[in-house]
Each structure stands twice: as structure tokens, then as C-alpha cells.
Design a binder for this molecule. Structure first.
Ligand SMILES: [Zn+2]
Length: 212
């Protein structure tokens, strides 16, 4: 993506997610791959009030070459990119329903959310839970990288989701789908529920092969 356009788009998407309460305070971060590295949201910044000129610019090695210091969670983004060659963007949120699900005791750590809808299966697929680590612990990056080799979305325990997409639109669509599915899961909790069955899921993957 052309850098000037990517800068504007990151700010527009950040504001949109902030205004719809998918993120709050200075939580959440966005990165986009550009020709010569990455653009990333700065540390301590609110996604609702990003300045295109102050976004962090990292080179191909992940070193800061322009703008403000990047989010302290930049290593999560770089871990996703290292394992996913087609990833063009990564979004991480502390979105309420996804965080709530990440704290539940009864979830399947290999695949946290059931296949409630076709769009969840198509945009997110399987969602592994990454064990809890303190903020900034580099072991978290290693754990995310391991899971990212097979998954475009992961859920950090007691923390929130990290999602990669071929483009920023794709990554935002997927993380929003994940958040809404977490909300549905909590709404349905304790009620007898019909999820998509294996044949229906296999048919979806045939029609819409996973991207990014
Ligand atoms: Zn976080």
C-alpha cells in the first residue's frame, strides 16, 4: 500500500473502532506493511486521535526510522508478520467481549470459540488461546509466533485478540467478526445451541479458501 494512503487509512480505521467502543483509552494498536517496512501506531496513543504524520515507521528489521516510538506491543505484530508472509496488516484490541471470553475457565485452548456463523469461520477460523504473560514479556512474542504459523488470529489470555489480514480492511473485518462472535457466544452461554457442523465448515473452506 502507498505510504501516504496507508497513514490516512490507519487513522480512519483507528477512529472508527474507537468511536464504536471496540477500543478505549490508549489500548489497542494497528500496523500496516509498506514497501520498505511497517507503519505502526505509537505508544500511549489513542486510536481515536491518531496523527498520520506521527505514526511510527519501522524498517524491514523492525527498527524505528521515523515518527514517535511504536506501541510497546510492536513485538506481537512483528511475530505475526514473521510467520505470515501474506499478512499486510495486524490489529490488536482489548475489546470487551473477546477479553471476557479469554478469561473463561471452561474454554478449549486449541480453538476458543465455536463455529457459530459462516462469516466467523471464513474470517477467523480456528482461534488458539495464548497463555497469560505480563505486558511486555518477550516470551509472549515467541508464543504468538508459534501459533501464527498456523493461524491468522490468536487470543491472548486475560488480554485480547491479535489478528492478521492481507490488508488493513481484512484484518479489521476479521477482528470485528471475532469480537461479535465472542459477544454471541456469551449471549448464548448456557442455552442449547446449534453450531455449524463439520460438513458445513468443510464446504465453507472449499468455497472460500482461507486468506492471509
Ligand atoms: Zn494488549
Amino acid at each position: 500500500m502507498i505510504e501516504a494512503k496507508a497513514r490516512e487509512f490507519i487513522c480512519d480505521m483507528g477512529r472508527s473502532m474507537f468511536e464504536r467502543r471496540l477500543t478505549f483509552g490508549s489500548s489497542g494498536n494497528i500496523s500496516v506493511r509498506v514497501n520498505d517496512g511497517w507503519l505502526m501506531t505509537p505508544t500511549g496513543s489513542s486510536l481515536g486521535r491518531l496523527d498520520p504524520a506521527r505514526l511510527s515507521k519501522l524498517d524491514d528489521h523492525g527498527r524505528l526510522v521515523g515518527g514517535d516510538d511504536p506501541t510497546k506491543e510492536s513485538f506481537l505484530h512483528l511475530a505475526m508478520y514473521r510467520e505470515r508472509a501474506k499478512a499486510g496488516a495486524v490489529v490488536h484490541l482489548h475489546s470487551t467481549h473477546s477479553v471476557a471470553v479469554s478469561c473463561l475457565d471452561c474454554i478449549n485452548h486449541e480453538d476458543v470459540l465455536p463455529p457459530i456463523t459462516a462469516y466467523y469461520v471464513m474470517r477467523v477460523g480456528k482461534l488458539p488461546l495464548i497463555p497469560y504473560y505480563a505486558p511486555g514479556d518477550k516470551a509472549l512474542g515467541e508464543a504468538v509466533g508459534k501459533a501464527a504459523a498456523k493461524h491468522n488470529a490468536v487470543l491472548l489470555a486475560n488480554h485480547g485478540p491479535v489478528v492478521a489480514g492481507t490488508s488493513l480492511s481484512a484484518a479489521v473485518d476479521a477482528i470485528e467478526e471475532l469480537e461479535e462472535t465472542a459477544r454471541l457466544y456469551l449471549l448464548l452461554h448456557g442455552k442449547p445451541t446449534r453450531y455449524l457442523n463439520e460438513d458445513q465448515i468443510a464446504d465453507l473452506y472449499r468455497r472460500f479458501p482461507p486468506q492471509g
